[in-house]
Design a protein around this ligand. Structure first.
Ligand code: ME8
Length: 533
């Protein structure tokens, strides 16, 4: 990157825009929390960041749900967005900069211009298609991937395990097949475009087999964006949905903003929608002559009983069922810490409880409250200076440097959240070990000048380690980090927690002696007994 480019472009992260046929569950929150931590991390680096999420509101799935509930699809979407989706993101402390809804005019107008442009360029033609369609996926399926159903004629979607429908329609088609070679060339030139490697390999194999043209319109229902040149057709919901990433970024409406945001830095997607993002979307952008996103990163599935947690399988657990027990910070922590990003995983109450108790309450929370209590007890809450630092203190400072470097690389670059969080918690362990070894509560009994200097040094070292920990954990657990920042009295000397940068977090000695340390709220209170179920 040249300096000018780096200054001009923002770190732009997107989530999938979720179908609002139902309420959000743990799976949706998983991707959105990951994106939030990623963007907060880059913000904490001092970069300009833009985080987009939103909702996918067209198509047959939404239409049918609305009909079944006796309301118009727009009414249904408005209700779900306002009553379920937006409140959840607020509850989970998601700091998105925008929320796009595909029924907004700022989106539909631009979508019509985009497809008209492709039509004008000869990328779209009229044809016919018949094949099995899964409304749950909003996708034509290939006969070979279907599972047998209850009768000989019935076939099931491999993801939803529900019967597919046979669709036969006159459609418009996008010349996707022409883009296979160009896509393969692009993947080869940009080996990091699709991550993780398993996802990349899957896409490569798929494209190498040869692509079929893509049906991009439907004429048997009208809940969608009308094709500007043939209003009997609405645009296929996926083609409409993918464009949210550019319509929200100012494509066709705000050139300066679009230049700053596009191409996106990272599209976060579940592995089920990888092909749409890594094949169809790049091909459409190529056809339109627009730059391609820099990365598409696929997360694995949260599983229930060996199947993908899903609304249609009725296995969706509401995030609030867990946050009401563990709290929002612990929730944000648990899923990213417990499941390596990119692989499938499942949630268990026992595992969550165990991690909460040992890692959050004991290792981290107790450390913070012990240090604050000792500074209160021995120094009246005024942080003493480290006048007698030696090798043990050096080890803590070095441990911090290593943790900061590792976390920055793993979270900020590799999206290895579990690895990055582990690095910070290893540092917390190191500080706990340091206190256990130094035994400040014993040193305190030595009233000689030397003894008091050692006591001051040990407590300063622990508090300074906590100062850095608050910064490193702020993107992941903003509430706990803010409480810790507060209890260290850091704001008065160092300013707002949000303004601390990752680049300076390991500069040892930033927290000034004399800071007012108070015993704040307990960061992670003991859990109540599990409610009887
Ligand atoms: O696919 N585990 O919307 P959607 C992990 N509207 N992540 C999960 C999950 C699970 N069990 N279940 C859902 C759509 N997700 C389209 C997207 S984008 C232009 C259009 C997450 O409501 C995961 O990120 O079905 C997945 O990709 C997304 O929710 C799908 O949400």
């Amino acid at each position: 990157h040249s300096t000018t480019e780096a200054q001009r472009s923002a770190y732009y992260v997107t989530t999938p825009i979720y179908y609002v046929n139902d309420r959000p569950h743990l799976g949706h929150a998983y991707t959105t929390v990951a994106g939030d931590v990623l963007t907060r991390w880059h913000r904490q680096r001092g970069e300009k960041v833009w985080y987009l999420t939103g909702t996918d509101e067209h198509g047959q799935k939404i239409l049918r749900t609305a009909e079944a509930n006796g309301v118009t699809p727009q009414e249904w979407c408005d209700k779900l967005v306002e009553e379920a989706w937006k409140p959840l993101w607020q509850h989970l402390n998601i700091a998105n900069d925008d929320f796009i809804r595909t029924t907004q005019k700022r989106h539909t107008d631009r979508v019509q211009e985009f497809v008209q442009d492709l039509h004008d360029k000869g990328e779209i033609y009229k044809g016919g298609y018949s094949g099995p369609y899964c409304v749950g996926c909003e996708e034509y399926k290939l006969p070979g991937e279907l599972l047998p159903g209850a009768t000989e004629d019935e076939k099931l979607c491999p993801i939803h395990k529900r019967p597919v429908e046979w669709l036969e329609e006159e459609n418009y088609f996008f010349r996707l097949s022409a883009y296979g070679p160009k896509l393969l060339e692009f993947y080869a030139a940009n080996p990091d475009f699709i991550q993780p490697a398993t996802a990349r390999n899957e896409v490569l194999r798929f494209v190498e087999q040869g692509l079929q043209d893509l049906s991009i319109s439907r004429s048997t229902f009208n809940w969608g964006v009308p094709l500007p040149w043939d209003e009997k057709h609405v645009l296929y919901v996926w083609v409409d949905a993918l464009q949210n990433y550019i319509t929200a970024a100012g494509y066709g409406s705000d050139p300066a903003r679009f230049a700053e945001l596009w191409p996106a830095s990272v599209h976060l997607v579940g592995k089920d929608i990888l092909r749409f993002h890594a094949v169809i979307w790049p091909a459409m952008l190529m056809a339109a002559g627009l730059p391609l996103p820099k990365r598409v990163v696929a997360n694995g599935w949260l599983m229930v009983g060996g199947e993908k947690m899903s609304k249609s399988n009725l296995t969706g657990i509401a995030p609030t069922d867990l946050t009401s027990h563990f709290g929002v910070d612990a929730y944000r922590y648990y899923f990213l810490r417990a499941i390596p990003f990119g692989t499938d995983g499942s949630f268990s109450w026992e595992d969550f409880t165990a991690r909460y108790t040992s890692e959050l309450a004991n290792d981290f929370g107790n450390l913070a409250s012990r240090v604050a209590a000792m500074v209160g007890k021995y120094f009246d809450g005024a942080l003493p200076a480290a006048t007698a630092a030696g090798a043990a203190e050096q080890t803590v400072a070095e441990g911090l440097a290593k943790a900061a470097e590792t976390a920055d690389r793993k979270i900020g670059e590799e999206l290895d959240f579990a690895g990055g969080i582990a690095a910070v918690f290893e540092f917390i362990k190191l500080v706990n070990g340091y206190l256990t070894e130094q035994e400040p509560w014993k040193v305190a009994k030595d009233t000689s000048e030397e003894g008091q200097a050692r006591l001051a040094t040990v407590l300063y070292t622990a508090a300074e380690a906590l100062r850095a920990t608050a910064v490193l954990l702020n993107p992941l657990m903003p509430t706990a980090a803010a409480k810790l920042w507060d209890s260290l009295g850091a704001e008065a000397s160092l300013g707002a927690l949000a303004d601390q940068t990752i680049g300076t977090v390991a500069d040892w000695g930033r927290l000034p002696a004399g800071s007012t340390v108070t015993k704040g709220d307990i960061l992670f209170p003991r859990l109540e007994e599990k409610p009887a179920s």
